[in-house]
Design a protein around this ligand. Structure first.
Ligand code: SAM
Length: 195
């Protein structure tokens, strides 16, 4: 077995894969180069909605999926901000992955930001199935990253404990702002207020 806590990415996807063992629909809220979209499909997702605001990211994800033989009519690539996911998805989803920040090897100026990320997480909460999982990987080392992380943590901290399980994973002994993982699972159906 690989050492699971060696890499945040690996650890995050391990958790997600446990929630996709019975299949279901997944959302990649920030598809970037397509690595998470591919991992979600390999983990068992039968249908996937992948969002990114950058055309280059949508193209890279499509190319990566084709290369891996995973591109099908069950893959929906959507060039739009993830806060609008509710306009595209009309069913409950088993897993939602956010990998925040900027696209590697592209402009660092196009990064997720706290205000829209919080709206997107609320949209994801509205779509989440009971016993589904939202997994958010957060990076605080780039401009705006710490503020974004704090806004997302504030939202998570205030979720009703009767309705949600929330876990927060921090690589405590790593230097230089290591990524952190936030996990949110729905225990029972609740209404999330509209913005
Ligand atoms: N999951 C990706 C992968 O596996 O390669 C990496 C994601 S990268 C860290 C973050 C991505 O979020 C970038 O591609 C960026 O364009 C995208 N992004 C930034 N703001 C966004 C928004 N409002 N809605 C959707 N995607 C956004």
């Amino acid at each position: 077995m690989k050492n699971l806590i060696r890499s945040t990415t690996q650890l995050a996807m391990h958790f997600v894969s446990l929630y996709l063992r019975d299949g279901g629909t997944a959302i990649d809220a920030t598809c970037g180069n397509g690595n998470d979209t591919i991992a979600l499909l390999r983990s068992g997702a039968k249908e996937i909605y992948a969002f990114d605001i950058q055309q280059a990211a949508i193209e890279r994800t499509k190319d990566a999926l084709i290369k891996e033989g995973l591109y099908s009519d069950q893959v929906h690539l959507i060039q739009d901000s993830h806060e609008y996911m509710g306009a595209y998805i009309k069913k409950k989803v088993q897993a939602v992955v956010f990998n925040l920040g900027y696209l590697p090897a592209a402009s660092k100026e196009i990064a997720t930001c706290g205000e829209t990320t919080v709206k997107a997480v609320k949209a994801a909460l509205r779509l989440l199935a009971v016993n589904g999982l939202i997994c958010i990987t957060m990076y605080s080392g780039h401009p705006g990253g710490e503020e974004e992380k704090q806004q997302v943590l504030e939202l998570a901290r205030n979720l009703d404990q009767q309705a949600y399980h929330v876990a927060y994973i921090n690589m405590l002994n790593q230097r230089n702002h290591p990524p952190e993982i936030l996990l949110i699972s729905l225990k029972r159906g609740v209404e999330i207020e509209k913005d």
